[in-house]
Ligand binder design. Structure first.
Ligand code: G
Ligand code: G
Ligand code: MN
Ligand code: NA
Length: 249
């Protein structure tokens, strides 16, 4: 497959890069966290992770690619002003690799980044197996001070049980719930309940995919901690993100 062949060479050819999307903290009214999003520039086009992450997972290439993402994200965050955190998406396949915790430690050390400045985003599918070694790795990372977020919450099979298998720091509510927020009362009720659930469990909540002022007003009224979406900012080039952060200090 051509994607696989190209992906094998992508790192040595420097074809991978990160974009950075800021999350706005509503209480502070400033950037609370920035999500690193992988891009692959190949053959005159930019390939979305939606296309190549599945191939990277099947072939195991996600392990070295994920390691590169960790190092690059930590290095970039170390240059930002203030205490803004960086969020990195992790694939379940990276957890099956034995030394994920060691990779995270190495990335933090090399960048001289405090562990409390790193967030790791995992999806519900990681916890499908309820594997003890995965839960142990999550606890070890959290014990170091790294924050663990549940990404795309609400799209998996049994979301609520996962909240009992691990004490997440943050729940990111999937953007599919924002799409019809202003027209469907059931979506509103779900959002309100999930934000309340997060508050009861002592977890921060992020509303993903906020594109309109109406959506923002609604999630704000329900007490969401952070918003992410095109209304506040799309994913930015590293320099543009750094400018945004410097304009805040
Ligand atoms: O940025 P974009 O909307 O194209 O991202 C599409 C999907 O790819 C999202 O689900 C996002 O979580 C995932 N993704 C982006 N960057 C990374 C990454 O570095 N590692 C992994 N595993 N997934 C990523
Ligand atoms: O699955 P995950 O939440 O990691 O996916 C992040 C992806 O969501 C990024 O690739 C980003 O491009 C995309 N994204 C971010 N904000 C918005 C938004 O407001 N609307 C839509 N449709 N996508 C968004
Ligand atoms: Mn994410
Ligand atoms: Na998401």
């Amino acid at each position: 497959r051509s994607i696989e062949a190209g992906l094998r060479l992508a790192m040595q050819r420097n074809e991978l890069r990160l974009m950075f999307q800021p999350l706005l903290g509503l209480a502070e009214n400033r950037v609370a966290c920035v999500e690193a999003l992988l891009r692959w520039d190949h053959d005159d086009r930019t390939i979305s992770p939606v296309e190549f992450i599945p191939v990277a997972e099947e072939t195991g290439l996600i392990v070295p690619i994920g390691e590169w993402v960790l190092h690059e994200a930590c290095k970039t965050a170390a240059s930002w002003p203030g205490d803004v955190r960086v969020a990195v998406n992790l694939s379940p396949v990276q957890f099956r690799h034995k030394d994920l915790v060691g990779q995270v430690k190495a990335a933090l050390n090399e960048a001289k980044l405090e562990p409390t400045r790193l967030e790791l985003e995992i999806t519900e599918s990681l916890l499908l197996t309820e594997s003890e070694s995965i839960i142990a790795a999550l606890h070890e990372l959290r014990g170091m001070g790294v924050r663990i977020s549940m990404d795309d919450f609400g799209t998996g099979y049994s979301s609520l049980s996962y909240l009992r298998s691990f004490p997440f720091d943050k729940i990111k509510i999937d953007r599919s719930f924002m799409r019809d927020l202003t027209t469907r009362t059931d979506s509103q009720a779900i959002i309100k309940a999930v934000i309340g659930l997060g508050q009861s469990l002592g977890m921060l909540t992020t509303a993903e995919g906020i594109e309109t002022e109406e959506q923002l007003a609604m999630v704000r009224a329900h007490g969401v901690s952070e918003v992410q979406g095109f209304l506040f900012s799309p994913p930015l080039q590293p320099a543009a993100l750094a400018n945004l952060l410097h304009s805040e200090v």
